[in-house]
Design a binder for this molecule. Structure first.
Ligand code: NOJ
Length: 740
């Protein structure tokens, strides 16, 4: 498969290297710290937003410019571009100690070149591609004066009602950990301090993805087990990959706001894990501790947050207004303030800002990076790798070239801005191809391509259906593009009903009513529920919000110029009542073994337990066979390793890539284990008819779980290894035994 690689990729940090402080930097930090007043120290912990707000308004400071000049601001967010970052940096250099500002921004899935939303990109399971898209985003953002991105979001998401699943890597902790590390490596490059590297942020620490009922900002209540085994590992993986910063979260965790959570931030993150970077609060989350009922007032919130290990205050004005007085009053140890300031200054030194505060704001580099055509090509390839072929009955897809006419119908058929998704820096919709444009380009001049929207995304009326039906009537092929608009997924975009919006389902039915069998393309930032479409459409392509080149990438898949290989990183339910849902189920004492017999079983009486599409599901235009599983030894010693291998064959007529997935079950353990857990995966590209040996190394870590003593342990006994094409499509199994 053709891949774009242009040498931007470099090796990531090793864990020890990543978190080790440079002695030269440490010395410079101490010298500077010794010269700082308490007020100046607090200034370094204060982060303010520029005019663009990415959260609710807080009390505005009298004059931002005066505050910066006065040394009361350590960092800005929502400022971008060479001109603006230079202007504000110049003000910081007028302050007594001339400490440069850090510019942070939500560069979530691209800066100028927009890649698929992170959940969609995660469906590629292609770590190199994911790293590359973050590298390109870093290259563009850093050229425009940005030092720091508030990404990756590494929250595990198992409830598509929560709009922010769009920003993460889905439901699985292992896949999420691998992707978290890839994104950190991509953003930060070989080392911090390179002008094309931005600091990454592992967010939101922690457990934000488990907001009750999928309602954003809601409380989280979870067992220690679940926290350590599922929700924390992606953070640890981000840290091991070198993540320079962490962001805490809006939620309470078992009654304590994450922002004021000392056990999370001090004991685990900075203690047990040895994190040397700094923690930024989420937007206004220090202040929100008052609303939660955890702090009496803003000064109390400032004290509780700092003492709990929140180093920088984003837009609460809590530290700037109250922290110094709390130190003087003895409520906050000065040593803890010093520790926070040290962490922030260390990053500023590591970025090279004291040597050249403007090194990231380079007009020539900005021009070159933002207009680099390679970025756009990579966006198209990565988008195509992210698009999941959910269904393809009777090999309806790929579409043949040379058809007389194609009707492209639906509220998202001519969308551009929607394809970019949420959390973009600046829309480039005017320079994008919609799906209709892309189908026209791909089909060529001999094919007549007709377009009719049918309705808009909200689809409250059926007035436009007749025109859509008329356009479809005589067409040789019908493509129907439905789904969400860009602003239906993301922060504060929880939906209680995650079905297709409005009457979109009726548009599909109207096309069916005239005997058409449309190929359905779905754009969304989350798993949606679309039961009629799932049952009746012959082919379904889940195209997420695939970014700047989303239209063309979708056409690449529809016409078979790219053979799809993406696999779902989240379970797709049949019914909202199944939420939250993931493939990581625990066996009950009354499992359903036969769907016809659910009396006194753990079942719904009005819906199957099984999802519509399982985690790991995704089809290809070719087929793969799995054969001849072998293990080097069926018994493994506690300190040993064994190798599992099998043959993968491309049994179809075209080249393709398969994501082979390795799952494990520990059937009897001191703590009941899930029926299946992902433990490994590989992307294997094979030509038609080609076969390849695929191997995985099984080690003790793979067999470990978080035990009753709240420590990782592997218990001797039997394990079952499963290899397959999806969590519900296991092709090969092998029992092994871990000996004492
Ligand atoms: C709030 C969001 O939760 C966070 O992810 C984001 O980075 C900040 N706002 C800054 O925009």
């Amino acid at each position: 498969m053709k891949r774009l690689r242009f040498g931007l990729l470099v090796l990531g940090f090793s864990a020890s290297l990543a978190q080790a402080a440079d002695p030269g930097v440490a010395q410079r930090v101490e010298q500077l710290l010794a010269r700082m007043t308490l007020e100046e120290k607090v200034g370094q912990l204060n982060q303010l937003s520029g005019k663009e707000f990415t959260g609710p308004a807080t009390d505005k400071v009298r004059s931002m410019e005066a505050e910066i000049r006065g040394g009361h601001v350590g960092s800005m967010l929502n400022i971008k571009g060479v001109a603006d970052t230079r202007r504000l940096q110049a003000l910081a250099l007028e302050s007594r100690l001339k400490i440069p500002l850090l510019f942070g921004l939500d560069v979530i899935h691209g800066y100028q070149t927009v890649f698929p939303v992170p959940l969609g990109e995660s469906a590629s399971w292609d770590l190199a591609a994911i790293e590359e898209s973050a590298r390109i985003a870093a290259r563009e953002a850093s050229s425009a004066g940005i030092h720091w991105t508030f990404a990756p979001m590494v929250d595990v998401g198992r409830d598509p009602r929560w709009g922010r699943v769009m920003e993460g890597a889905g439901e699985d902790s292992y896949l999420g950990s691998r992707i978290a590390a890839a994104r950190v490596r991509g953003f930060q490059g070989a080392r911090l301090g390179g002008v094309e590297s931005v600091m990454a942020t592992a967010k939101h620490f922690a457990a934000y993805g488990a907001a009750i009922a999928g309602r954003d900002y809601n409380a989280v209540d979870m067992s220690e087990h679940q926290l350590h085994e599922t929700y924390l590992p992606p953070f640890k993986a981000a840290l091991d990959a070198g993540a320079a910063t962490f962001m805490n979260a809006f939620n309470t965790l078992n009654g304590i706001p994450a922002t004021g959570h000392a056990a999370l931030q001090r004991d685990i993150l900075k203690g047990a894990w040895g994190f040397k970077g700094f923690v930024v609060s989420d937007w206004g989350s220090v202040r929100e501790m008052v609303v939660h009922g955890y702090a009496a007032d803003l000064p109390d919130a400032a004290a509780k947050a700092l003492v709990a290990g929140s180093d920088m205050d984003m837009e609460s004005n809590a530290y700037s207004s109250a922290l110094a007085a709390q130190v003087t009053a003895g409520k906050v140890p000065l040593a803890q303030v010093d520790d926070a300031v040290r962490r922030v200054l260390t990053k500023k030194f590591e970025l090279g800002l004291f040597d050249d505060p403007y090194r990231f704001s380079d007009a020539a580099r900005e021009q070159a990076a933002l207009n680099d055509p390679r970025h756009r090509r990579a966006a198209r390839e990565i988008a195509a790798m992210s698009i999941v072929l959910l269904k393809n009955e009777g090999a309806v897809l790929p579409l043949r070239r040379g058809l007389r006419s194609i009707a492209v119908i639906g509220p998202l058929a001519d969308a551009r801005r929607d394809l970019e998704g949420g959390w973009i820096v600046k829309s480039g919709a005017d320079k994008m191809a919609s799906l209709v444009d892309a189908v026209r380009e791909a089909a060529g001049p001999g094919t007549r391509v007709q377009y009719a929207p049918g309705c808009d995304v909200a689809c409250r009326t059926t007035e436009g259906f007749a025109a859509a039906v008329a356009a479809a009537r005589g067409a040789d092929a019908v493509v129907l593009a439905v789904g969400e608009s860009w602003d239906m997924s993301g922060e504060a975009k929880s939906r209680a009903d995650v079905t297709l919006p409005g009457r979109q389902g009726e548009l599909f039915a109207a096309l069916r009513a005239i005997g058409k069998t449309p190929v359905v393309v779905i754009n969304a930032g989350r798993p949606l529920i679309f039961e009629d479409v799932a049952e009746q459409a012959p082919a379904i392509v889940y195209a997420w919000f695939a970014g700047t080149e989303g239209g063309r990438a979708t056409a690449d898949v529809l016409f078979g110029d790219v053979n799809p290989s993406a696999k779902l990183p989240m379970t797709f339910p049949r019914n909202p009542g199944q939420l939250p849902i993931s493939y990581l189920q625990y066996e009950t004492g009354r499992p359903v073994r036969d769907v016809k017999n659910i009396v006194y079983k753990s079942a719904y009486i009005d819906s199957p337990n099984t999802p519509r599409y399982a985690f790991g599901h995704g089809l290809s235009y070719t087929t793969f066979a799995y054969r001849d599983l072998r293990v080097s030894d069926a018994r493994m010693r506690a300190d040993g390793e064994i190798t599992l291998s099998f043959t993968l064959a491309n049994t179809g007529k075209r080249a393709g890539r398969e994501v082979v997935q390795l799952y494990l079950r520990d059937p009897v353990a001191s703590v009941v284990r899930p029926v299946k857990e992902l433990k490994g995966f590989q992307l294997v590209a094979l030509g038609a008819g080609e076969t390849r040996q695929v191997s995985f190394t099984i080690d003790r870590e793979m067999l470990s779980f978080f035990d009753r003593k709240l420590a990782w342990a592997a218990e001797p006994g039997a394990f079952e290894l499963m290899v397959g094409s999806a969590s519900d499509d296991i092709r090969l199994r092998q029992a092994i035994e871990l000996t004492p």
